[in-house]
Ligand binder design. Structure first.
Ligand code: GLU
Length: 388
């Protein structure tokens, strides 16, 4: 009954773990959730007010399918200001979250059998989206270099079928970044071998220890080779509002808009007004959240490093810790999936198995520290106790 395209599609592991944790909570189990990557902060008040105004003013109808002009202009201003990326509104598509931006992009770029290079461990949805679009994921294992991608690693994966590469810095799930020099060298490879770069920058403002965000699209000659994907979800604690965007070469952006016109039409009109306020309005809430994540990152790094059997490289950004927990495996509990089940049952702590982010992550778990400090402390206490 099912199409071949959809037969092997797995549900998103991040969403699945969250659903399971919510079910257990409903049954009265005191579960602490570090699974799904979702800010614990509320959406800032000015953004909520903008949405309320949109409703009161009747901004509740279809908008242009590709997103309202003011929001595209705001995205361009932001990209020029914060990312040094040249941008015109014809290069922007507003989408239903970052996921639709990525999905549209793969649909627009990939022919059957085209290869997409993915640094591994990688965010769960990339490879399933690529499979649905009949592309082929080619993984580059970054574990030997503390999950930091290098151009040398990329070189080994390039073939005549390479259509594009995904860069995700800071990375979900590892929290690591790609060094600027390496990005520059990868850009050179893209020009030499004529492939595209899809740069997923949703964690760009959560970056620590003096490291600076850096957009590959800002490099000379890359404007026609790079798609920059972003969303308001993480930056402004707006996961439920579903507004993302993608910028890139006009011809492909237009094709993605055509596809969107036949699938979802415009992203929610009210959420677009809220996103407009998020991007154009005061940015102090972003600074506050970044400072808070940094405190949590420091605590998690110290505390996890003391758990027997855990090995953690200090995450450089995002809000994930990705410790290697294989030192705590036993004869029975000998991979990340079983370890995650064990933590859920014994410690009532929900995390995501590293193996969900590709085989390269199967000795690890992903712990989202987008939770209150109290919860994080209690979660780590419970994990330590369960392993004692
Ligand atoms: N991106 C977040 C995560 O990795 C949210 C869930 C999802 O979209 O996968 O947990």
């Amino acid at each position: 009954m099912l199409s071949q395209r959809i037969q092997n599609l797995k549900p998103s592991a991040t969403i699945a773990i969250n659903t399971k944790a919510i079910e257990l909570q409903k049954q009265g189990v005191d579960i602490l959730k570090f699974g799904i990557g979702e800010p614990d902060f509320d959406t800032p008040e000015n953004i909520k007010q903008a949405a309320k105004r949109a409703i009161d003013e009747g901004f509740t109808k279809y908008t242009v399918g590709t997103g309202i002009l003011e929001l595209k202009e705001a995205v361009c201003t932001k990209l020029i200001r914060d990312n040094k990326v040249e941008c015109d509104t014809s290069n922007v598509l507003i989408t239903n979250g970052g996921k639709q931006a990525l999905y549209n992009c793969f649909m627009a770029l990939l022919n059957p059998g085209d290869e997409v290079i993915i640094p591994s461990p990688y965010w769960v949805s990339y490879t399933d989206m690529i499979a649905v679009c009949e592309g082929q994921s080619v993984f580059v294992d970054t574990t030997s270099n503390q999950f930091k991608l290098t151009a040398e690693m990329v070189k080994t994966a390039i073939s005549p079928k390479t259509k594009c590469i995904i860069l995700n810095s800071p990375s979900n799930p590892t929290g690591m970044t790609i060094e600027k020099e390496e990005v520059e060298k990868i850009a050179e490879l893209a020009l030499e071998h004529q492939f595209y770069i899809i740069s997923d920058e949703v964690y760009e403002y959560f970056i620590y220890d003096g490291k600076e965000m850096f957009s590959v699209a800002s490099l000379p000659g890359m404007k026609d080779r790079v798609f920059t994907v972003n969303a308001v979800s993480k930056t402004y604690a707006m996961t439920g509002w579903r507004i993302g965007y993608i910028t890139g070469p006009e011809k492909v952006i237009k094709a993605m808009g055509n596809l969107q016109s036949h699938s979802t039409s415009n992203p929610c009109s009210i959420a677009q007004k809220a996103a407009l306020e998020a991007i154009n309005g005061p940015q102090d809430s972003v600074k506050m959240m970044a400072e808070e994540y940094l405190k949590r990152r420091n605590f998690v790094y110290e505390a996890m490093s003391e758990i027997p059997g855990f090995k953690l490289t200090k995450p450089e950004g995002a809000f994930y810790a990705f410790p290697d927990v294989s030192g705590a495996f036993t004869d029975q509990i000998n991979d990340s999936f079983k370890f995650t089940e064990f933590l859920l049952e014994k410690a009532h702590v929900a995390v995501v198995p590293g193996g969900a982010f590709g085989a390269a992550g199967n000795n690890c778990i992903r712990f989202s520290y987008a939770s209150s400090m109290d919860q994080i402390k209690e979660g780590i206490r419970r994990i330590t106790e369960a392993l004692a």
